[in-house]
Design a protein around this ligand. Sequence first.
Ligand code: KIV
Ligand code: ZN
Length: 517
Amino acid sequence: MSDDASPAIDDPVIVFDTTLRDGEQSPGCSMTQPEKLQIAEALVDLGVDVIEAGFPIASPGDFQAVREIANSFGDRTTIAGLARCRAEDVDRAAEALEGAAHKRLHVFLATSAIHREHKLKMGKEQIVERAVEMVRRAKGFVDDVEFSPEDAVRTELDFLTEVVTAAIDAGATTVNIPDTVGYATPHHYHRVITHLKENVPNIDRAVISVHCHDDLGMAVANSLAGVEAGARQIECTVNGIGERAGNAALEEVVMALRTRRDYYGTETHVNTRKLFPTSQLLQTITGVKVQRNKAIVGRNAFAHEAGIHQHGVLQSRETYEIMRSEDVGYVGTNLVLGKHSGRHAFRDRVGQLGYELDEETFQQVFEDFIDLADKKKEVYDSDIVALIENRTGTTKDYWTLEHCQAMAGPGMVPTATVQLVDENGVHHRDAATGGGPVEAVLHAMERVMGFGAKLEDLQIRSVSKGKDALGEVSVEVNVDGRTFTGKGVSVDIIEGSARAYLKALNKAIAARPVATA
Ligand code: KIV
Ligand code: ZN
């Protein structure tokens, strides 16, 4: 088991986070620009070495997001922008990265026979030529150039060797070996990386990177096999989000390397205590939850239910625990505070949970805490995290909920009254009916706001334990074909639903300010 006094890391593994590019492009995970900036800031605090901020040619929004992240964080970590092997892609990515002190151009071109024949309709020679030309072009803008032969795992090994050699000769300083379709197994992937190490004559001039998808559930295992074979960069995403089944999960590769440093002989520079808060933040922003038993960041990851395990852990933690929950910043359901705890104790606790709040937000969260402590005897860490996240969204509140009340019961028509405040501080009240109390509240809100959304999903979970627990409601709505998510917390799940719905609608307004704001 590792502890805080770990010796300095020789030959560390570079963590290349692609949550904002490969992760963000997967369905349900799209983020607004302020949300991307919030994630980028969390990734900087987490200590990742490279943030792939997006694919600038894909859309003006992607370009703008990469540019803002480069301008805001490019002095603290390396910011990468993705480009196909096309001149206009490379130029656009270089333009987006201009403001970063540390920047990387990541160019990719498929190399497997399937992609050559069916997608690109290019021969091997043309592929090598194009790759060399675009690596050189990228090199004209930056020193730090990464080349990825897409679908490398299904590429003939001799051709892969040839392309990688040519890309390094042209100036690539990182060569990434993607398992684009999640086809590899650990042994197979180890062989591919070993082959490149042994047969690419100039391999000592570049870092070998691994990029694995999880279609067969082996992305993390394959990435680690790559490291064992000599790769020194892992491309991964928070919570493993990404195309189809996702990418290798950052928290898993980081903790595997840390926990088994004895075996791998290397580690990363990630501050592991930020893993859990970063995972939570991403879940809050995207509304995409990890499963309870997800390694490292799932709610059950550190829970011991079986009596024999509990007994063992009480005698000595190491009997059944290979990691300490505090090392990943896990927020359990520790009883922490009551309503007499006071502002000072509350501020300390917020800090220990890894949050830095400005004075205004702190005051709002503190007032929410006092309200909650009035309704519920025991307030847990997880309640505090929910209150903080409820107040720290990046979307402007065009409308806020002041009050809502619903009546329902056998033989009654469910009826609700709501009072909302618009962005100019004007109060609006209306009432409506519905098939149930939640529907009645949402209808009443729609009457006030003059527009509504199709509700695609609504989920309720309890944030901590007890019948008086804070309920967290997550909704996914569709407005004009676009998906928006929102989360609301309250001890009253009707009010929590109203808050979640309002958050999603505020995001929808932010996305089309001219039409509705
Ligand atoms: O999976 C993949 O091949 C990619 C490349 C663009 C690196 O995401
Ligand atoms: Zn990928």
